[in-house]
Design a protein around this ligand. Structure first.
Ligand code: GLP
Length: 266
């Protein structure tokens, strides 16, 4: 795992967008795992800008979203279908047939989960999985006690998550209490994971996720086991990290970051 600390959330978003653009230009049919939530909004906005101004091409890209609420339709403004289409997909040249989000309205949720899992395999697995962390320490909707070996399945949402996300619904009481989510095991199978974490309110959970002991109570700690995982945080989210100076040194000195150091200086 690597942790990169950037001065502001804008810089953190900029760095993650450069990494995604670089991976996509190298492999145009990249299989991209996508996340939702407020943290992702400026990142998708930046990628849209790169598409419009620098011809960043999504025409061959394939996407798989981490999760979706159960029991609300794709037209519901609180759904992740709605979020993805309006924040990202409709502004870029992606082929919508190549975008995948679990169907929370499926009659047979267990079957939907199984098929979602198989579809990821059919595309050869996820190349790059984008993540953020929720205040419960979840990745996707893998709430406390999620098994490290869990795969796509139905999950009951924790009170912390309901509190965190209900304000994203026009009527907060309408927020579903269950969701379909890729499992921790599914996420760990991605070739590369990038977690973007910004804001002071995430500083405690970021420190626990990155520097704390591995525990099923905080799903994000499972990323410590991933061989190719990068956390990109802003200074505010990094407040409680103990080894911040070391992480800073890595970004400033390691040859693998040279290209991105140059880009960030521009
Ligand atoms: C939701 C998503 C998570 C995401 C989290 C972060 O709960 N299921 O995948 O990481 O939001 O939310 P925010 O970025 O709004 O803090």
């Amino acid at each position: 795992m690597q942790v990169i600390v950037q001065p502001t959330s804008k810089d953190a978003v900029e760095l993650v967008s450069y990494i995604i653009a670089e991976r996509l230009r190298k492999k145009p049919h990249l299989v991209l795992g996508l996340a939702t939530g407020r943290t992702m909004v400026p990142l998708y906005q930046r990628l849209v800008e790169m598409h419009k101004q620098e011809n960043l091409d999504f025409s061959l890209a394939v996407t798989f979203n981490l999760d979706e609420y159960i029991g609300i339709s794709s037209e519901h403004p609180g759904s992740y279908h709605y979020f993805m289409y309006n924040t990202f997909f409709r502004h870029i040249n992606i082929d919508l047939r190549n975008t995948h989000i679990p169907n929370g309205m499926a009659k047979d949720i267990a079957k939907e989960c199984k098929e979602y899992k198989e579809k990821i395999k059919d595309f050869g697995g996820i190349d790059l999985q984008l993540l953020s962390i929720g205040e419960s320490g979840h990745i996707g909707f893998n709430e406390p006690l999620s098994s490290m070996f869990s795969r796509t399945r139905e999950k009951a949402l924790s009170p912390i998550t309901i509190e965190q996300n209900k304000h994203l619904f026009p009527n907060p009481e309408e927020m579903p209490k269950r969701a379909i989510t890729m499992g921790v095991g599914t996420i760990l199978e991605a070739n590369e994971c990038i977690a973007l974490v910004t804001g002071k309110h995430k500083s405690k959970i970021l420190a626990e996720s990155v520097e704390g002991p591995f525990t099923a109570m905080i799903s994000a700690t499972a990323l410590q086991l991933h061989p190719n995982c990068i956390f990109v945080a802003d200074e505010e989210a990094a407040t409680d990290l103990k080894q911040k100076e070391y992480y800073r040194w890595i970004f400033e000195n390691e040859p693998e970051w040279e290209l991105f150091r140059q880009k960030m200086k521009k």
